[in-house]
Write a protein that binds this ligand. Structure first.
Ligand code: SF4
Ligand code: FES
Length: 334
């Protein structure tokens, strides 16, 4: 008879859940859901060894475990720290965490060109969301920002290195989804940059997925660049017969025109099923697709505004906001 695995109890911002041993704090928070889920710019559940690079997911562990209740001395990266039984974590309710996230945001924006008005990722950019939530109005830096020329990585992908936060998700996609990785992070420290080795084009079948995993506008689709602001397009779920991938995609439509094709993403902006280059870049005609219906973009985003947010989901979001506020007020009073 198989022995039942004992689950670990964890409390995050006052909400308790049980998870399997080996679960990270971030995934435990995702299991609870709502506003207590820390942001994650480099962790990606579909990619092995992701996480630990951006520090946006820092949280405060106020109780290590039932066995050793001492708090952890420093904030920890929730994507890389596993749950212990009886652990208590503060995210929204921790002033230290909020301060640190503000500092991380400032750091990630150190060399960023702040060119949202002309960036194709605007409206679905995780750094933009982070900036709105934790950014400061003024810069404290006096040195010149790093600048790079925009680079074509093959016929379909554009690299704007000045927007890159070096999360390495694209490198992991190339290493894990394709059989010939031709790009990586070159150099060190503030000279580090994403580049192709020997300027080779990235042209293997699944490399287009680097665009979907990039949390910022560093990697964009050359077949869709500047075609439309994302909030002027309507996303629809569609499938096609494809021998290479699942053929499940989202078509971003402007009238009858397919402006862009992407993979379907979950509420944390992570791809559900990676799609091949042919579906992404070459099937820009409705005749290839079987349209299933409107895509509900569950992330809190301008894309959802006035589009497909159902009234009951808006109610849920409102309740989540209120609960988070209550928890935070309660914690401040204590
Ligand atoms: S290009 Fe995008 S996905 Fe790649 S390391 Fe930079 S930010 Fe991450
Ligand atoms: S998401 Fe945890 S360090 Fe980046």
């Amino acid at each position: 008879m198989s022995e039942e695995i004992k689950k670990f109890k964890i409390t995050i911002d006052g909400q308790t859940t049980e998870v399997a041993p080996g679960t990270s704090i971030l995934n435990a928070a995702r299991q609870i859901g709502g506003k207590s889920v820390p942001p994650a710019m480099c962790y990606y559940s579909k990619l092995e060894n992701s996480g630990g690079r951006c520090r946006t997911c820092l949280v405060e562990v106020s109780k290590g475990s039932d066995a050793d209740p001492r708090p952890m001395p420093k904030l920890v990266a929730s994507c890389r720290t596993n749950v212990m039984d009886g652990m208590e974590v503060k995210n929204l309710t921790s002033e230290k965490t909020q301060e640190a996230r503000k500092a991380v945001t400032e750091f990630l924006l150190l060399n960023h060109p702040l060119d949202c008005p002309i960036c194709d990722q605007a409206g679905e950019c995780h750094l933009q969301d982070l900036g709105y939530e934790h950014g400061v109005e003024n810069t404290r830096t006096e040195f010149e920002r790093n600048t790079y020329d925009a680079d074509d990585l093959g016929p379909n992908i554009k690299l704007n290195m000045n927007r890159c936060i070096l999360c390495a998700r694209c490198v992991l996609v190339a290493g894990q989804l394709t059989n010939q990785r031709e790009h990586g992070i070159l150099f060190r420290g503030d000279h580090a940059e994403i580049s192709t080795y020997l300027n080779k084009a990235l042209d293997n079948d699944f490399i287009g997925n680097v665009i979907d995993v990039c949390p910022v506008g560093a990697l964009t689709d050359r077949t869709a660049r500047f075609a439309s602001r994302v909030w002027f397009t309507k996303p629809v779920d569609a499938t096609c017969k494809c021998e290479k991938c699942s053929g499940k995609a989202v078509l971003w439509m402007k009238g009858d025109e397919i402006v862009r094709v992407t993979a379907r993403k979950d509420q944390y902006g992570e791809v559900e099923d990676f799609i091949c280059n042919e579906c992404r870049f070459e099937k820009k005609d409705a005749k290839f697709w079987n349209i299933e219906g409107p895509r509900h973009i569950s992330r809190h985003s301008v894309i959802s505004l006035n589009h497909y947010m159902k009234s009951d989901e808006m109610e849920v979001q409102k309740l989540e906001n209120e609960t988070a506020k209550e928890i935070s007020n309660k914690d401040n009073l204590e």
